[in-house]
Design a protein around this ligand. Structure first.
Ligand SMILES: Cc1cc2nc3c(=O)[nH]c(=O)nc-3n(C[C@H](O)[C@H](O)[C@H](O)COP(=O)(O)O)c2cc1C
Length: 329
């Protein structure tokens, strides 16, 4: 049954989703996620108790996380029952943001396989409206709420406003599509203040999501500052900034398998350097069971992905979980 669903999605992706114009493919995919009761089908889950683990002291049924992208709570509710140990909501800002104009998402075919480049620009309803939406979300699994901003005060307000709705809180300092967010990594002194102040704003476990574009600063400055402030979970990481003339901003964030080699390398180096002092979420290019296994073997505490959810479909979580249990489950 798992194989039949896998093959069917491969066909759907190849024949339809990868051929429709991007905007239509996104609309169709999100309509499907909102409308089809996929989460009622046990085929998408593996509930083996051996997969259970903790992240920041929070129990997850397994170490797979849906990475930040969706803010629609109907989709988040479904995703919680599609095999993930935790689901991340989109990064929310204090005020609503319309995001960047279309085209803001394009598919790319890289040597490693299909990926995406987006310049979404944090299209989101803003803190006040999103609190209302989250209040109506029936949480059947752990939720990671996520904050972004352009000032320390904005992060503090968003973290304080969202934290009661999530089990963990992620601070995104790394999206390449909004200049002032991306540039946090170039202002380490201010970042240290940001970390201390968001730490004081919530008792929930905090995750800092970093950029693969600032490797040396991440290791020498950003992670030590996060640890000093009491933030012990690192999501490594966000998309990689690339030029892309088809996008309205002429540049965007690359996601998908082209990121994987760097993700693996980053996880390995962080584990060597920081040992058990940090928990690492490997994110970037995980779109197949062997990649998740390799990331875990390199020292990841958990694995997150978004692009694989699109290119391999909701069945990917089940395929990875089966594979993490080994061939003789
Ligand atoms: C369309 C799109 C929107 C995204 N929005 C967010 C976001 O709001 N916040 C965030 O931290 N990451 C965001 N991301 C980045 C993903 O969460 C993830 O870190 C990145 O795509 C790398 O993982 P992947 O290769 O598995 O997709 C977005 C990615 C895409 C493709």
């Amino acid at each position: 049954m798992v194989r039949a669903v896998d093959l069917s999605y491969r066909f759907l992706f190849r024949a339809i989703l990868s051929r429709l114009p991007e905007r239509a493919a996104v609309a169709l995919g999100q309509w499907g996620l909102r409308t089809l009761p996929l989460d009622r089908l046990p085929v998408f889950r593996n509930t083996d108790p051996r997969l259970a683990m903790t992240l920041g002291g929070v129990r997850l049924a397994n170490p797979l996380i849906l990475s930040s992208m969706y803010y629609d709570t109907r989709i988040l509710a479904r995703a919680m029952r599609l095999g993930f140990g935790a689901v991340t909501a989109k990064s929310i800002t204090r005020a609503p943001r319309p995001g960047h104009p279309h085209p803001n998402l394009v598919r790319v075919e890289t040597a490693e396989g299909p990926g995406l480049v987006n310049c979404n620009g944090f299209r989101n309803p803003g803190l006040g409206a999103y609190r209302g939406a989250l209040a109506g979300l029936a949480r059947t699994g752990p939720l990671i709420v996520a904050a972004a901003g352009e000032s320390v005060e904005e992060y503090v307000e968003v973290v304080a406003g969202l934290e009661r709705f999530g089990d963990l809180v992620e601070i995104n300092i790394s999206s390449p599509n909004t200049r002032l967010v991306y540039e946090w990594s170039t202002r380490p002194a201010e970042l240290a203040r940001l970390f201390r102040q968001v730490r004081a704003a919530t008792a929930k476990p905090l995750i800092v999501k970093i950029s693969p574009d600032f490797r040396q600063t991440n290791e020498d400055v950003i992670i030590p500052a996060a640890l000093d402030a009491g933030i012990g979970i690192v999501n490594y990481g966000n998309t990689r900034r690339v030029e892309e003339p088809r996008l309205s901003q002429r540049a965007g964030g690359l996601s998908g398998p082209a990121l994987f080699a760097a993700t693996l390398d980053n996880v390995r180096r962080l584990r060597d350097r920081f040992g058990p002092a940090i928990e690492i979420i490997a994110c970037g290019g995980i779109d197949a069971p062997d990649k998740a296994r390799r990331a875990m073997a390199a020292g990841a505490t958990a694995c997150a992905y978004f692009t694989g959810f699109i290119t391999r479909g909701p069945i990917l979580a089940r395929l990875i979980l089966d594979s993490l249990l080994g061939p003789h489950q």
